[in-house]
Design a protein around this ligand. Structure first.
Ligand code: NAP
Length: 302
């Protein structure tokens, strides 16, 4: 067998799994389609990971990657296009190669959900962004909007309030899903306006975004808000497309697995944000990585 364990995804769940698997002396290959670190690299300041009161997402990911590689995990930037269950042997196909292993951990995480408004795709890089920390700097002293009501939207709005002239936070309900403490910090900022009960109806642009039209859900009224940037933070969707025929996924596309991280297929495990779970946080992703690797090692050792 070429590898004992192949881990699909080099985010916090996948890299933690790699650490645990290497500490159990298993050979490990981690395959990642984009950049190692996962979505956490876009978080400017992590405040809720035990012991690390303040650490940037990039530094966190960097330390995690170095820890996994330092222990002997191999990491390759290749997109996995298929996983085949051949009984004791599993075969992984990527855009570059084919690999064999004894156990697989699916730790692919999730990707940005789109708003689904006309012109959204065309305006990416011309006003529409899914990453405030990546693109916020382009909007210094300009007016911008953030759409969403979860922690990502709140943190994006707070980050942008330091850079932009004005930040409109557009949310479809009248209360936020994200943490109260961040809402309070935002309420204290003079350049932040909450636009409640509203959805983005239309993107107005010439070559670049110039305004968003929002619809008030209560009375149906339309309001045009002139902005040069729109930061979409309306949640994420699991990246399980390549595994839909391999393992069971729920109606939202999450791999069905309990806290033991087992899928219904022997030797195939899952960890992190792409599995069915109640709490999707950095700490639960890391916990999943530990559990999935431990279970994979048990499976391999018989
Ligand atoms: P989320 O918690 O799922 O929130 C998505 C938000 O977008 C919700 O407020 C939702 O509205 C809204 N929404 C969804 N679809 C929409 C649509 N089509 N149009 C308009 N609004 C829409 O997603 P998230 O904020 O990306 O967070 C994902 C997970 O990561 C969460 O568990 C979050 O706590 C966690 N996270 C944690 C931290 C941290 O701890 N520092 C930072 C970032 C994220 P409704 O509220 O009406 O459903």
């Amino acid at each position: 067998m070429a590898y004992d364990i192949i881990i699909v995804g080099a985010g916090p769940a996948g890299l933690t799994a790699a650490i645990y698997a290497r500490r159990a002396s298993k050979t490990v290959l981690v395959l990642e389609a984009k950049a190692w670190g996962g979505q956490i690299i876009n978080t400017p300041d992590i405040e809720n990971y035990p012991v690390a009161a303040h650490i940037s997402g990039f530094d966190f990911a960097d330390k995690l990657y170095n820890q996994a590689v330092g222990l002997g995990a191999e990491v390759r930037l290749e997109k996995v296009t298929g996983v085949a269950d051949l009984g004791e042997k599993k075969q992984i196909t990527t855009t570059r190669d084919t690999y064999e292993c004894g156990a697989v951990i699916l730790a692919t995480g999730s990707e940005n959900r789109k708003l689904g408004v006309d012109g959204e795709d065309k305006l990416v890089g011309r006003g529409v962004s899914y990453c405030a920390t990546c693109d916020g700097n382009f909007f210094r002293k300009k007016d911008v909007a953030v759409v969403g009501g979860g922690n990502t939207a709140l943190e994006d709005a707070l980050y942008l309030a330091d850079l932009a002239n004005k930040v409109y936070l557009i949310h479809r309900r009248d209360s936020f899903r994200g943490e109260d403490s961040t809402v309070q910090r935002l309420s204290a900022r003079e350049n932040v306006e909450f636009v409640y009960n509203s959805t983005v109806n239309r993107l107005i642009a010439d070559k670049r975004l110039t305004a968003v039209e929002v619809r008030n859900k209560l009375d149906g009224s339309l309001r045009e808000i002139p902005v040069s940037g729109l930061f979409v933070a309306v949640g994420r969707v699991p990246e399980n497309e390549s595994f839909r025929t391999l393992v069971q996924v729920d109606e939202a596309g999450y791999v069905v697995a309990g806290e033991d991280c087992h899928t219904a297929v022997p030797g195939i495990f899952t960890a992190g944000d792409n599995r069915t779970k109640m709490v999707r946080q950095l700490v639960t992703a890391a916990a999943d990585g530990a559990v999935a690797a431990t279970e994979a090692v048990k499976y391999l050792n018989g």
